[in-house]
Design a protein around this ligand. Structure first.
Ligand code: SIN
Length: 290
């Protein structure tokens, strides 16, 4: 992987993926408080590349929390019981005998049904299976930019309806599978509430526009009949997950990944039945999408 011109980065090394979507960051120790200039560079590299990977960072839970707080305030994680003694850390766990779809195993942007969805999710790998368990990321800013101008004009005034109902509502897939999962997922009628956001949002740091919809959490388009909204959303979802917009992340233990929920979707892949996979996850609070 080529390293970006070091003149751009004084304290860290940044090796972007060939498309510029996703980058590996080395030369920094996340287990200790980052100096002001290093933290600013990590945030800048994250804004530029959307998904940043830090190999060789086997953080303790306390260190993961402390690093998260350097990135921003904790987000609010509503539908998974947090870890004992760590109210802001979720354990993403799948046991060897589980057969159900992995947690997060369909395209989504985290908690987009909230009024202020999390800006970042930080995931630290603990136990990684010998096969499978990769995470796919989709570049929703490049996907937006690749649309014809007529489609951009059509989407500009639209507002998408988001809800946690398909994942965490009383009729959701998770609600039927609670006994088959190791994770303490919370199913609640609260999940059926809806929240409306611009279908195209503008990143507060880069100013880039991105499609802000996902098959898991976008349940409609404000003021549009389902007969019209559903095919449009399906078309956008097909557009988003084309190969040229995807970064496939392969995990090793003790790796930290930060992704930007404002301009990406992600999808946790399976392919590791018979093996355990354990990750620890925090979120960083975000702003109301505009
Ligand atoms: C998630 O959606 O947060 C899970 C991602 C993963 O386990 O790779």
């Amino acid at each position: 992987m080529p390293t970006e011109a070091q003149s751009a980065w004084r304290t860290i090394r940044v090796a972007p993926q060939p498309t510029g979507f996703g980058a590996e960051i080395t030369g920094v120790d996340l287990s200790r408080p980052l100096a002001t200039d290093a933290l600013a560079e990590v945030k800048a590299a994250w804004a530029q590349h959307s998904v940043v990977v830090f190999p060789g960072q086997p953080l303790t839970l306390d260190q993961l929390e402390a690093f998260t707080l350097q990135m921003g305030a904790f987000g609010d994680d509503p539908y998974v019981k947090p870890m004992e003694g760590h109210p802001n850390v979720l354990e993403v766990r799948r046991e060897p005998d589980e057969k159900v779809t992995p947690f997060g195993g369909n395209w989504h942007s985290d908690w987009s049904f909230q009024a202020r969805p999390p800006a970042a999710t930080i995931l630290r790998s603990e136990t990684i299976p010998p096969v499978g368990g990769d995470t796919l990321y989709c570049d929703a800013a490049s996907a937006y930019e690749a649309l014809p101008q007529a489609t951009k004009d059509k989407l500009a005034p639209l507002r998408a309806v988001h809800s946690a109902s398909r994942a965490y509502g009383p009729q959701s897939a998770y609600s039927r599978e609670l006994h088959l999962r190791a994770m303490p997922i919370i199913v609640s009628p609260e999940a059926d509430k809806t929240y409306v956001h611009p279908l195209v949002r503008t990143h507060p740091v880069t100013g880039r526009k991105a499609l802000f919809v996902s098959p898991v959490y976008t349940v409609g388009i404000e003021g549009m009949a389902p007969n019209d909204a559903d095919p449009l959303l399906a078309e956008l979802h097909r557009h988003l997950v084309q190969d040229q917009f995807i970064y496939r992340h392969h995990w090793t233990p003790g790796m930290v990944v930060i992704w930007d929920n404002r301009c990406t979707m992600h999808n946790a892949l399976g392919g590791y039945d018979g093996h355990r996979r354990v990750m620890h996850r925090t979120t960083v609070a975000g702003e109301a999408p505009v």
